[in-house]
Write a new protein. Structure first.
Length: 293
């Protein structure tokens, strides 16, 4: 599933053709994706101007002139393709190519900017929903999300408070969207490696008995910031189905230090360890047991 850097890359690719443009035509080519489309989905979009295009965790949020917000989630295999009279692009970058089969083109927006924006989703785990802006805080899909990892609120103190007294592993805590929003398996593995912290370590060890941040908490926050910013700059990681709206694949996967590198030498200077993989909470965890403690 695309993580925060991939979704942010898609947002930046869609922004020039969506923001400030009017949805001339909205079309759904099936009754549902992961969830059924609202009965008035097309009617609430047609003729509306997109006044802003933002992101919350792994969700794209298009503000409409009507006061509604179009919430969009890529799911496992979703991608947007931007069609213009002179070219076609797919914003986003993924480790494995995104689908190009037009039979999986399920939603289309014709914009006054001259672009057609097509949502392709072979597995149909993505979804779209129109929500009044004043109801957004109570939206079940969003209301329990934690702070943005690149936002001002997310710092060592906040992470320590969230992890204090937790009996779960550090990796499980970071994947909990209530603790921090938008992180997924890839970037948690990479951040823990950079901070030299074991994914098996108890989350509570990031905080003192008074719930104050330890040195480990500070190192981890710095690592999360670094790995996300680098991944966004690189256009994301082309894992499975991620593709930019430009159609190009991201290349942050070439910078992976541990993810998907089982059996290869650890890249920490002076470490002669080997990257290992084990299953944790139903997902593959990659780490160096020698330098991650």
């Amino acid at each position: 599933m695309p993580e925060l850097p991939e979704v942010e890359t898609v947002r930046r690719g869609l922004q020039p053709v969506m923001e400030g443009a009017r949805i001339v035509v909205a079309e759904t080519r099936r009754k549902d994706l992961r969830f059924p489309f609202q009965k008035d989905f097309v009617a609430r979009l047609t003729g509306q101007t997109v006044t802003g295009l933002g992101r919350r965790a792994k969700y794209l949020l298009a503000d409409l002139g009507s006061g509604d917000v179009l919430l969009m989630h890529l799911g496992m295999s979703g991608s947007f393709r931007v069609l213009k009279p002179d070219d076609a692009t797919t914003p986003g970058e993924f480790h494995h190519p995104r689908g190009k089969d037009e039979s999986h083109d399920h939603v289309m927006f014709r914009m006054s900017s001259g672009a057609d924006i097509v949502f392709n989703d072979p597995r149909r785990f993505g979804y779209m929903k129109v929500i009044p802006r004043n109801a957004l805080d109570g939206e079940p899909l969003l209301k329990d999300l934690g702070p943005e990892p690149l936002g001002n609120e997310f710092d060592a103190a906040m992470l320590a408070r969230s992890c204090a007294n937790k009996k779960t592993s550090l990796k499980a805590a970071l994947l909990d969207q209530r603790v921090v929003a938008g992180l997924g398996n890839i970037y948690v593995c990479e951040a823990l490696f950079r901070a030299q912290l074991s994914p098996r370590r108890l989350a509570a060890t990031l905080a003192t008995k008074k719930a104050e941040p330890t040195e480990r908490a500070g190192k981890l926050v710095e690592a999360i910031h670094a790995v996300l910013n680098e991944a966004i700059k690189a256009g994301g990681s082309s894992l499975r189905d991620h593709r930019q709206t430009s159609g190009e694949l991201g290349y942050f996967q070439h910078s992976f230090q541990v993810y998907d590198r089982e059996g290869q030498p650890c890249r920490t200077r002076g470490c002669d360890g080997v990257v290992k993989r084990f299953t944790q909470n139903g997902r593959s965890t990659f780490w160096c047991p020698k330098c991650q403690k």
